[in-house]
Design a protein around this ligand. Sequence first.
Ligand SMILES: [Zn+2]
Length: 470
Amino acid sequence: MSPLRIFNTLSAKKEEFQSITPGKVLMYACGPTVYDLSHLGHARMALTFDVVQRYLRFLNYDVTFVRNITDIDDKIINRARELGRRPEQVARQYTYTFWKDMNDLNADFPDIEPRATEYIQQMIAFADALIKKGHAYESGGDVYFDVASFSEYGKLKKQNLEDLMQGSRDQVRSQEQLKELKKNPVDFALWKSASTDDTGWQSPWGWGRPGWHLECSTMIKLVLGETIDIHGGGEDLVFPHHENEIAQSEALHGHSLARYWIHNSFVQVEAEKMSKSLGNFRTIQNVLEQYSPDTVRLFVLQTHYRSPIEFTTESMEAAKAGTLRLIRAARFAQDGGGPNGAASEADGVLQKLDHDFREAMDDDFNTPRAISALFGIADTIFASPSDAKTPGYAAALRAYAAVLGLTLSDTAKVIDPETGSGLMNVLLTLREHARTNKDFKQSDLIRDELAKLGIKVMDVKGAPASWERA
Ligand SMILES: [Zn+2]
């Protein structure tokens, strides 16, 4: 039995995690709608579910992690119109930038990454099946889910029908048009008719395209199955998106869509600060120009995923200092060498790290406390006398940091090309001085040592020496 406890949005409490099939986890997180560059909110959602799947794998679950790409949506079509481009181009461009962001943040790629446009025929079949079961109706070329036909509607958001009379994502039709088409204002579109010169597909109801909610329900069914273990997303997706996924899937299948619903909170960037010092931090790439991926991760994971984060330069600088401390601890312990420390003492330190880390993560993925455990071993490393360093400490620090996706990659001693060229100029100037002083032993030494590094020094009459890589 797993000691892992997860806060389930559906029950609004922490529950012991038990997967449908012992040892296996089927997990789906809603992916991006690819119409613009990703920002910190996207980074937080991606890192939250990256850490969830990493920790489940650390617990030896066989995880199938699926995250979709919503590559057809009103937002993409509107963006394409603005840019005078095809929606497919817009979707491809921002799929690429999303992948780059995820890769740069060291987020694992999902095991399966379905694109909505690959499942259009299955979406049509899904909507058709709902009509046949009496849960959906055609109206003016659109298909709507009949919310009144699903008695449990509102169970995720914990509101009844009357409270839910808002929140449609439809940006194409006017409110007046929708009033005429829908039986109930909360009914949501499974299929939206479109004019034939617009992006769309042929369906039993004419030319059109799928609604966003139907995309996820269909892809989950096709890729993972009718009931999955974990469904995740940002808290802004609870309603209407996830509520509607539940309505569609459960009305059709007659059993639950997901056992555990996990939702992460948002990133708050104070409006006033945003316009001043943080004006450049709109996108993930902007942030990564100034901070390392580990720093961004530490910043995000130092707050529990269900609490809001306020983005400030102070907190980013604090995260940067924290990251450097962990990197230095890992380096310090390795440099320290010999296993001279008392073995039993080392065992105790490593057991404590393992215990504290697991206890934190088992408590609804409490990453702030897990990070405290990492800082704990860093403190132990710094406090140990230098002749008692145990290499096991560094390995353990790196291993547990990796469960949170932190690489602790030590770039402090890596020279970038620009600095390298500057250093070459310093060496050639020193060699020139030696030659001027007729100290040929010294100048030859510099030339020969550089040759060993594969760098050839070329003397040119009447000009400074130049160099190239041999
Ligand atoms: Zn979704």
